[in-house]
Design a protein around this ligand. Structure first.
Ligand code: BG6
Length: 520
């Protein structure tokens, strides 16, 4: 950012807004929400009149809260350490309100505070209620907001719900029921932060803004699709939550399903939120149901044992804090799915996610079918690899097309080569954090990147047989992969002949950093 001090410049197009954050003293507020709001303010993307009211149960003064949040912003803002002037200008908008989430008086006080701000600003305010609390509160807060009359105004009141949206289909239906009893669906913003990632949004741009790819995006040309979202980190400080959730609930039901929808959906007719969400839900409806007796053939689970990651010895999952020493929770899942529709009939979609794998990588790999007739002499195709298109979501951000080319020399020798598009080098601007994008959309009342009730329920419905069968037949071989590997060997059993789990792609910039090149 150079030496210029950025002091907030408001966006005059935005109407006055109050962010009420339940769980305002918590980790999400500190690590994600306030840094994102601060970054928006630095990009002139906050209204002139806005207020952040952090609500929580502990004793805290405005000053103490601001100091704590300042620390979070210094660590997580994409602008780096804040300049005093910029922070002070932003911080004066933050207030703390102590309150019990299960007492009506908390909500009455919030109502009064909003009314006071409306008077002060001389305008109606948008009220955004953000549930950054433990999930046990998700079913409570909307009821109280309803009772206090704070949900009533369909245009001006919104509620933001963090994942997990339910623990299974029944609890998701119950939660959606409570939300629907107090808010209209158009007021409900269910967050899946993956949808806020630039590279995830780019899937739509890539597929539907370029006429080149759509004609081959189907069963005639695509051999299989692999969706990978793996991490090198373990459960970190979230053992308590994770041990009750597991990878299927934590990553597959939401993030991986969203990626599946984006890669497999039909072209949208317009950019309206519901048009896009309808197309996505169609994908989930097309997924061939996993019958209970097929679960073991279609889904593989795993749990990490001790191992080495990045040259460091790391403990096994069962030795992590707040994890049961005999835990049966899965930290790895791989699935094979099929979509029963015209576009994708017969094309396997392989999905995998896991913690403590070799390295972090989220990507979608489209493997194309081979040529109909292989005319080259056998010796020229020894290094032949299938043509692939990889959409790399993180940590590398870009798109890679792998195809065959002739290796220089007198002989006809074919090698796989790559064309790469790299976000950083192509645009030379920093991508906003997913939460920035999503909070901006909530302010603008644009629900395109948020999950609708039916989508969440369809995803649960699909996975319920897996959860049920797993609960009835606990794994006997956990831990079944060492930290720092690519997961349990059983994951191979999901793949059809000739398919493989691709090694996540590294963009050239990363290879250079590591001192690797693409030369033979
Ligand atoms: C969260 C999961 O939703 O996504 C975490 O609860 C996971 O377990 C995280 O680590 C991954 O997201 P990102 O953006 O860090 O890749």
């Amino acid at each position: 950012m150079g030496e210029t001090v950025r002091v907030m410049k408001a966006n005059d197009q935005l109407e006055p807004t109050v962010f009420v954050i339940f769980g305002g003293a918590g980790d999400l507020t500190w690590r994600k929400l306030v840094p994102a709001l601060f970054d928006l303010s630095q990009d002139r993307s906050m209204p002139a009149d806005f207020s952040v009211i952090a609500v929580d149960r502990i004793d805290l003064s405005d000053e103490k809260l601001r100091r704590r949040l300042h620390d979070g912003v210094n660590q997580f803002s994409r602008f780096g350490k804040t300049k005093a002037a910029a922070w002070n200008e932003f911080a004066r908008h933050i207030h703390y309100q102590k309150g019990d989430f299960k007492k009506l008086e908390t909500y009455r006080a919030l109502g009064k505070q909003c009314a006071k701000l409306e008077k002060e600003w001389g305008a109606k305010v948008h009220r955004i209620f953000y549930m950054a609390t433990p999930p046990s509160m998700f079913g409570e807060i909307p009821k109280y907001l309803g009772k206090a009359g704070l949900a009533r105004d369909r245009e001006w009141a919104r509620i933001v719900v963090e994942k997990p949206i339910g623990y299974d289909l029944a609890s998701a239906l119950a939660l959606n029921g409570i939300l629907a009893a107090n808010f209209e669906e158009s007021q409900i913003f269910r967050i899946d932060h993956y949808l806020g990632k630039e590279t995830v949004q780019n899937i739509l741009a890539f597929r539907f803004a370029n006429p080149l790819f759509e004609p081959i995006w189907n069963r005639r040309y695509v051999e299989c699709v692999t969706i990978t979202a793996v991490e090198a980190v373990g459960v970190e400080h979230r053992g308590g939550y994770y041990d009750h959730a597991g990878a299927l609930r934590d990553m597959v039901q939401n993030h991986l399903m969203q990626l599946l929808c984006l890669v497999a959906m039909e072209p949208m007719v317009s950019f309206e939120a519901d048009e896009i969400r309808n197309k996505k839900v169609d994908v989930l409806h097309a997924v061939r149901p996993i019958h209970r007796d097929e679960v073991h053939q279609c889904v593989v689970r795993g749990q990490y044992g001790p191992g080495w990651v990045d040259g460091k010895k790391v403990p096994g999952y069962r030795e992590e804090d707040d994890v049961a020493p005999d835990s049966q929770t899965e930290t790895f899942v791989a699935l094979r799915l099929f979509l029963d529709n015209w576009r994708w009939q017969g094309v396997p979609f392989y999905l995998r996610t896991g913690k403590r794998l070799t390295r972090q990588a989220s990507e979608i790999s489209i493997q194309f079918r081979g040529v109909p007739h292989q005319a080259f002499p056998a010796e020229s195709t020894l290094d032949w690899q299938s043509s692939r298109l990889v959409m790399s979501i993180q940590p590398d951000e870009g798109i890679v097309q792998c195809f065959q080319a002739k290796y220089p020399g007198a002989k006809m020798h074919l090698r796989s080569v790559e064309m790469q598009f790299n976000y950083q080098t192509a645009f030379a601007v920093q991508s906003p954090d997913a939460y920035e994008t999503l909070l901006w959309d909530v302010m603008k009342n644009d629900a395109t990147l948020f999950m609708r009730a039916d989508q969440v329920e369809a995803a649960w419905q699909l996975l319920m047989p897996v959860l049920e069968v797993w609960a009835e037949a606990p794994p006997s071989d956990f831990p079944n992969y060492a930290a720092g590997t690519w997961g349990p060997e059983d994951a191979q059993s999901l793949l059809a002949q000739g398919h493989s789990w691709p090694l996540p792609t590294e963009l050239v910039s990363r290879r250079r950093k590591k001192g690797k090149t693409s030369e033979p």
